[in-house]
Design a protein around this ligand. Structure first.
Ligand SMILES: Nc1nc2c(c(=O)[nH]1)N[C@H]1C(S)=C(S)[C@@H](COP(=O)(O)O)O[C@H]1N2
Ligand SMILES: [Mo]
Length: 399
């Protein structure tokens, strides 16, 4: 017994060393994928992986990604500020547009729905730090697995239409967005985001509906910004103020957070942090297997249909490839119908496992520009743990 303990311990130490060796000082691996959903659910949400309840931080489990649309109650949640209003009255809610505009606007929800053209877009919302737990050493921030993303059909009005109703002043250059959430202490900066006016296109909307319903409270009821193709750090929720400025306001959540090294590999080491940095903007190509999940039991000599989703920043998915031999050979998955260039593209691929034991299935997406996902270990470190898009892998048990 003692001997066994000893061997167990020394084995653990040796494998930890070996792991440190192969990982090097700053490498990546597969994100953590064994967290269980909580037994307690938030309002309008089913039980999700829960990191915190103040502010609410909820992640969707892997099986969410076997479908092209993420149901509202399964959609992940991320807030920076602990103070979120607990009551919103849709009858009196107004969105304010001010700053470098010809006339200030205070628009009610009814007026938003009646007085402007309604538009819809199916688009992926993904946190720039999704899959952050892949980075070693640990990168600062929530240690998300794969599930800080989702895809919904958003309905609302074009931001451009709101701004033209207000009339932009000649020297208008930046648009600032603020929501109703607040820091608990005065010293903490509020979550305000800015967008250069020149980046504004007709795809950016102020949305009030998600998958045919009011936005769930935790996803930003009653209004949020939707910026298709872009990481979601600027998709401001409970949007209450749009302020146009002539100059960039130096704000914490613009200047410090959500930035990567401004070099070709967007990489650095913990010892040698790279300057200057640039904001994370458009998303890179990525895919996630929704079924099977890790440790699923499957039967040999029967068909197993692998399902998942792929997306990029709006160029569109050309192919999803599947490998069962560690990436040596790849087969082409079937793509489901295209729900628009910003949407999840669902894929499926049938395999028939013949050997008993563990089987690892990998998925790699390629977009219409030819950009493809690298292997997880090829991705270089950055201090915020942003933009991980390594080839996904799940390991099942064949019996
Ligand atoms: N008002 C407000 N909007 C916000 C945030 C926030 O903290 N406050 N976080 C942003 C970030 S970083 C992410 S990842 C998304 C998360 O959107 P979700 O909670 O609907 O999934 O909201 C964005 N919009
Ligand atoms: Mo985020």
């Amino acid at each position: 017994m003692q001997r066994r303990e000893f061997f167990k311990k020394s084995f653990a130490a040796a494998s930890a060393l070996a792991l440190a060796d192969t990982l090097g000082a700053s490498e990546t691996r597969q994100p953590i994928d064994n967290r269980k959903v909580s037994s307690i659910a938030f309002p309008e949400k089913r039980p999700l992986i829960t990191y915190s309840d103040r502010p609410p931080l909820l992640e969707s489990p892997r099986e969410t990604f076997s479908r092209a649309i993420t149901p509202n109650d399964e959609f992940f949640v991320r807030w920076h500020m602990p103070e979120i209003p607990t009551h919103i009255d849709p009858a009196t809610y107004k969105i304010h547009i001010n700053g470098a505009v010809e006339r200030e606007l205070h628009i009610s929800l009814d007026s938003l729905k009646l007085d402007f053209e309604q538009v819809e877009v199916t688009a992926v919302l993904q946190c720039g730090g999704n899959s952050r737990s892949a980075f070693t050493p640990t990168a600062g921030g929530i240690q998300w697995g794969h599930g800080a993303m989702g895809c919904a059909k958003w309905k609302g009005v074009r931001l451009r239409d709101l701004l033209s109703r207000a009339g932009l002043k000649k020297d208008a250059a930046w648009i600032g967005f603020n929501g109703l959430d607040n820091a608990a202490y005065y010293e903490t900066p509020n979550f305000v985001r800015e967008m250069p006016l020149e980046d504004l296109d007709d795809h950016v909307i102020v949305a009030y509906e998600m998958n045919g319903e009011d936005l769930p409270y935790l996803n930003g009821y009653p209004l949020r910004l939707v910026i298709p193709g872009h990481y979601s750090d600027s998709w401001v929720k409970m949007l209450s103020n749009i302020t146009v400025t002539t100059e960039y306001q130096k704000l914490f959540f613009m200047d410090v957070a959500y930035r990567v090294p401004d070099n070709d590999c967007e990489c650095e080491t913990p010892e040698n942090r790279f300057k200057p940095t640039k904001p994370i903007t458009t998303m890179n190509v990525k895919s996630i297997i929704g079924y099977p999940t890790n440790n699923t039991i499957v039967h040999h000599n029967t068909h197993l249909v692998v399902r998942g989703v792929a997306f990029d920043d709006g160029h569109g998915i050309r192919d999803v490839l599947i490998s069962t031999d560690g990436g040596k050979t790849w087969g082409t998955a079937l793509l489901d119908k295209d729900a628009g260039r910003y949407a999840f593209r669902a894929f499926r691929y049938a395999i028939k496992p013949t050997k008993m034991g563990k089987l690892t299935i990998m998925a790699k997406a390629i977009n219409r520009l030819g950009a493809e996902q690298p292997f997880a270990h090829e991705i270089k470190w950055n201090h915020g743990g942003y933009k991980f898009n390594g080839i996904d892998a799940v390991t099942v048990e064949v019996i």
